[in-house]
Design a protein around this ligand. Structure first.
Ligand SMILES: NC(=O)c1ccc[n+]([C@@H]2O[C@H](COP(=O)([O-])OP(=O)(O)OC[C@H]3O[C@@H](n4cnc5c(N)ncnc54)[C@H](O)[C@@H]3O)[C@@H](O)[C@H]2O)c1
Ligand SMILES: O=c1ccn([C@@H]2O[C@H](COP(=O)(O)OP(=O)(O)O[C@H]3O[C@H](CO)[C@H](O)[C@H](O)[C@H]3O)[C@@H](O)[C@H]2O)c(=O)[nH]1
Length: 324
């Protein structure tokens, strides 16, 4: 297929581009590099440095794209509580402009990076796709808004749309000649920050809150290896059906507290990893754990690297060689 990958200079988009290219697809990456890295773009992809709001320059009528995979966006839940306007613009206003371009160019399929953050504090665990959606942060609200836009688009204009609701992505793609992983600047995610501490780049790991209603008072998250996640996109491309908006949660169904993550990071790196309890971060739900039964049944998706040791181990391999 001829594919447009927005956000292909970012973490998940660059790993997925690699898998798409290796599967024989033709990939054009569109990324403004606002948070991504030019060197993360797959060398055998065509690269267009542009904002998604200008996607019509690439998605011209007759350009012949078979699908758009839309990873581009702003991703930090904490930041979205202090700069919400940035999130509404990037994740909704500009994404709607992208959708206009998709419609005008007659692109038949659209795969969207949605998130566990759409659910907010869950009423029942594990979280299924039909669970109540009540985001506790602006980031989740923007992603849910665009999910709704895709539902209307699919039904009104016959788009084959798929939203993949990732839980917490971790690890790196380590395979022969390719090592592709996570780089955010500034880094806000728990695992890469723990690795920065292990590498001596930060003094200590601050854990935001220890008074949540969880096993040890710290927040609980469901971590998913970026390689398993990327594979789900290829399956979603095959499953996408005209006129339908399919939605799949992608996680392992296992919750780890922030303290447990720190413990595994200690085990993997051999570092002491000092921890300090800090105030809660605004907008954090206490627990997010996925039910991915629907993805298993309908897509045939089976996560293979499902231990935290494997995820943090691959992230550490990437971090030491390419980031530290
Ligand atoms: N990392 C996670 O744990 C996680 C979890 C759930 C969902 N997601 C979603 O997955 C997607 C990818 O996440 P990631 O971790 O790879 O993020 P990332 O920050 O590494 O990559 C995002 C990319 O999008 C680009 N971008 C942002 N706004 C743009 C715009 N207006 N025009 C063009 N390019 C733009 C950035 O330059 C960057 O390369 C995001 O949509 C995110 O919301 C990520
Ligand atoms: O230095 C840190 C960084 C994070 N945390 C805590 O670690 C947990 C995980 O936080 P992350 O920032 O790593 O991830 P989030 O759960 O906030 O969000 C991530 O996963 C979500 C899906 O669950 C989103 O989609 C989002 O893009 C992605 O950033 C939270 O309790 C957070 O407060 C700390 O205690 N200290």
């Amino acid at each position: 297929m001829k594919l447009l990958v927005t956000g292909g200079a970012g973490y998940v988009g660059s790993v997925t581009s690699r898998l798409l290219l290796d599967a024989g697809h033709e990939v054009t990456v569109l990324d403004s590099l606002v948070t991504g890295f030019r060197e993360a773009v797959a060398p055998d992809a065509t690269f267009v440095e542009a904002d998604i709001r200008d996607a019509a320059q690439v998605l011209t009528p007759g350009s012949g794209f078979d699908a758009v995979l839309h990873f581009a966006g702003l991703i930090a839940a904490g930041e979205s509580m202090v700069k919400p306007e940035l999130y509404w613009h990037d994740n909704v206003v500009k994404s709607l402009a992208l959708l206009d371009a998709v419609r005008a160019a007659g692109v038949p399929r659209f795969i969207f990076s949605s998130t566990a953050a759409v659910y907010g504090n869950p009423v029942e665990l594990p979280i299924t796709e039909s669970a109540v959606k009540a985001p506790t942060n602006t980031y989740g609200a923007t992603k849910l808004t665009f999910d709704h836009a895709l539902t209307s688009e699919a039904f009104a204009h016959n788009l084959a749309a798929v939203s993949l609701r990732y839980f917490n992505v971790a690890g790196a793609y380590i395979s022969g000649e390719h090592e592709i992983g996570e780089r955010h600047n500034p880094e806000t995610h728990l695992i890469p920050i723990a690795l920065q501490v292990a590498a001596g780049k930060r003094e200590k790991l601050q854990l935001f809150g220890d008074d949540y209603p969880t096993v040890d008072g710290t927040c609980v998250r469901d971590y998913i290896h970026v390689h398993d996640l990327a594979r789900a996109h290829l399956l979603a491309l095959d499953a996408a059906t005209a006129g339908e908006h399919r939605i799949y949660n992608l996680g392992n169904g296992n919750g780890f507290s922030n303290k447990q993550v720190a413990e595994v990071a200690r085990e993997v790196t051999g570092a002491e990893l000092p921890v300090e309890i800090a105030p809660r971060r605004e907008g954090d739900p206490a627990t997010l754990v996925a039910s991915s039964e629907r993805a298993r049944e309908e897509l045939g998706w089976v996560p293979e690297k499902n231990t935290l040791q494997a995820m943090i181990g691959d992230a550490w391999t990437f971090y030491r060689k390419h980031v530290a």
